[in-house]
Design a protein around this ligand. Structure first.
Ligand SMILES: [Zn+2]
Length: 113
């Protein structure tokens, strides 16, 4: 499997886990595929070494207002930061990521229409 196939397979898995959690409130899902990390908006989201293997930090955020599950990847530095940050700092990072994702989703929808 190449990275795109792995990504698709992981998204499928994540979607079914989230559907079990949120049920019918998920109307659709979308993957944020911009090159830049939605957390720092500076670095590219790419694979990084984790325990001697190539890893990608995959996450999902439920945009409740529109019922969209948004999948996204982070750059290695933000992913590591999130792991070692305090709860308070994590919450701030998530807030900024979510703002960025919502904005990107609306832009994507404007382009799609
Ligand atoms: Zn980043």
């Amino acid at each position: 499997m190449d990275i795109q196939e792995q990504l698709a397979a992981t998204m499928e898995k994540m979607l079914s886990i989230c559907q079990a959690q949120y049920g019918k409130s998920i109307k659709t899902y979308w993957f944020y595929d911009d090159d830049l990390c939605p957390c720092c908006a500076k670095r590219r989201t790419e694979t990084f070494k984790y325990k001697h293997k190539e890893a990608l930090s995959l996450n999902a955020f439920m945009y409740h207002e529109l019922g969209v599950l948004i999948g996204y990847a982070l750059c290695g530095i933000c992913a590591a930061d999130l792991l070692k940050s305090s709860k308070k700092h994590q919450a701030l990072m998530h807030e900024s990521i979510e703002r960025h994702l919502i904005e990107a989703y609306h832009k994507h929808m404007l382009r799609a229409n």
